[in-house]
Unconditional design. Structure first.
Length: 300
C-alpha cells in the first residue's frame, strides 16, 4: 500500500487539476510549479548548489560533500515544456547526486511559449556538448530526465547518433513523456487513478509543442523513432500514472532495436513521484535505485 506521505504528490496534481486542466496557461503552470512543486521535496543536505553559465543558459552544479571526481550526471527537468526549472528540481536531483556520490549538472531550456520546438532539444544537446568540451569524457556521463526532460534525453540521444556526435555512457528516465499523441491504453486503464494527466490535458500540452504538426511522428514521439544504437537505458514509472504505457512502449521499442533497456514500475505511484525524495519512502527507494544503477553503469 502506498505510504501516507506519498499522497502529497497526488494532492499536488489534484490542485493543478482544479486550476482547469487543459485551460491552464503557461504562466499559471509556472506559478503553480514555483509555489507547490518545490515543497514536495525534502532538502537533501550535504549538497552544494553552484550556478554556472552552460552553453549560454544558467545551469546548476549539484555537488555532494563526498563524490567521485570524474563522472557527471547531466540532469534536465520536466514540466510539460511550460513549467519547471533548475530551482523546482534542484532538491530531487540533489538527492540523486548525494545517493550516487556523483556530481550532477542540472540544466533547463526555454519554455515552449518563449521559443518553438526544437529550441529545447538544441539547448539540451548543447549543454551535453558543453560538458564534453569542458573536459568530461562522454563515457563518464549519464543523462537523466523526468517527464518532458526524459523526452529531451531520448531525443538528444537520437540526434547524437544521427549527427555522429559524442554519446554518453547511459541514460535514465523518470516518468518519461515519449508519446505526444497520448495513444497508450494506460490513459483509460489509469484514468480514475491519475487526477491530472488526462488524455485531453496531455494532448493540449503536446499541441503547444507540435504547433499543428502530427504529434505521433518521431520528431515529437520517440516511441515511433528508430532507437538502434542508443546507449543503455533505465526507466522508472509510476504504476498509477496515465503515461505508464509511454515507458512500456519505449522500452519495448528499444529492446527490439537491440538496446539494453530496463524498466521498473512502482505500484500505486503517480507521475514523477521521485519529486517526494526526502519525504516519502517510495521516492527515496526510487532515487536509491537510480543512484545504484548509475554507479554500476559507470563502473563505481
Amino acid at each position: 500500500m502506498a505510504s501516507e506521505r506519498s499522497q502529497a504528490n497526488r494532492a499536488h496534481y489534484e490542485l493543478i487539476a482544479r486550476s482547469g486542466n487543459s485551460s491552464i496557461t503557461p504562466d499559471e503552470a509556472r506559478e503553480l510549479g514555483d509555489a507547490q512543486w518545490t515543497t514536495l521535496t525534502g532538502e537533501p543536505g550535504g549538497v552544494d548548489y553552484i550556478e554556472e553559465d552552460v552553453a549560454g543558459r544558467t545551469g546548476m552544479w549539484l555537488v555532494p560533500k563526498v563524490h567521485e571526481q570524474g563522472p557527471v550526471l547531466l540532469c534536465v527537468h520536466g514540466g510539460g515544456f511550460v513549467g519547471g526549472s533548475i530551482f523546482t528540481h534542484r532538491k530531487m536531483y540533489g538527492h540523486l547526486a548525494k545517493q550516487a556520490r556523483l556530481r550532477a549538472l542540472l540544466v533547463g531550456y526555454s519554455f515552449i511559449d518563449q521559443e518553438p520546438w526544437p529550441a529545447q532539444l538544441d539547448q539540451f544537446t548543447n549543454a551535453f556538448l558543453w560538458l564534453v568540451g569542458s573536459g568530461v569524457e562522454p563515457s563518464r556521463i549519464v543523462l537523466v530526465g523526468d517527464s518532458a526532460g526524459a523526452l529531451l534525453v531520448i531525443d538528444s540521444l537520437i540526434r547524437m547518433r544521427a549527427e555522429r556526435l559524442p554519446v554518453p555512457r547511459a541514460a535514465m528516465c523518470i516518468s518519461g513523456w515519449f508519446d505526444m499523441s497520448a495513444a497508450g491504453a494506460s490513459y483509460e486503464a489509469n484514468d480514475a487513478k491519475d487526477p491530472f494527466f488526462k488524455r485531453e490535458a496531455v494532448r493540449y500540452l503536446a499541441s503547444l509543442v507540435a504547433r499543428g504538426k502530427d504529434p505521433a511522428t518521431p520528431e515529437f514521439s520517440p516511441v515511433h523513432a528508430n532507437l538502434e544504437g542508443l546507449p543503455r537505458l533505465y526507466l522508472q514509472v509510476g504504476g498509477d500514472e496515465t503515461l505508464l504505457d509511454d515507458s512500456r512502449a519505449l522500452t519495448a521499442r528499444a529492446r527490439d532495436a537491440g538496446v539494453r533497456a530496463e524498466l521498473e514500475i512502482f505500484p500505486e505511484m503517480l507521475h514523477s513521484f521521485q519529486m517526494m525524495a526526502g519525504r516519502a519512502p517510495e521516492a527515496d527507494e526510487a532515487i536509491a535505485k537510480l543512484a545504484r544503477w548509475a554507479r554500476l553503469t559507470l563502473g563505481y
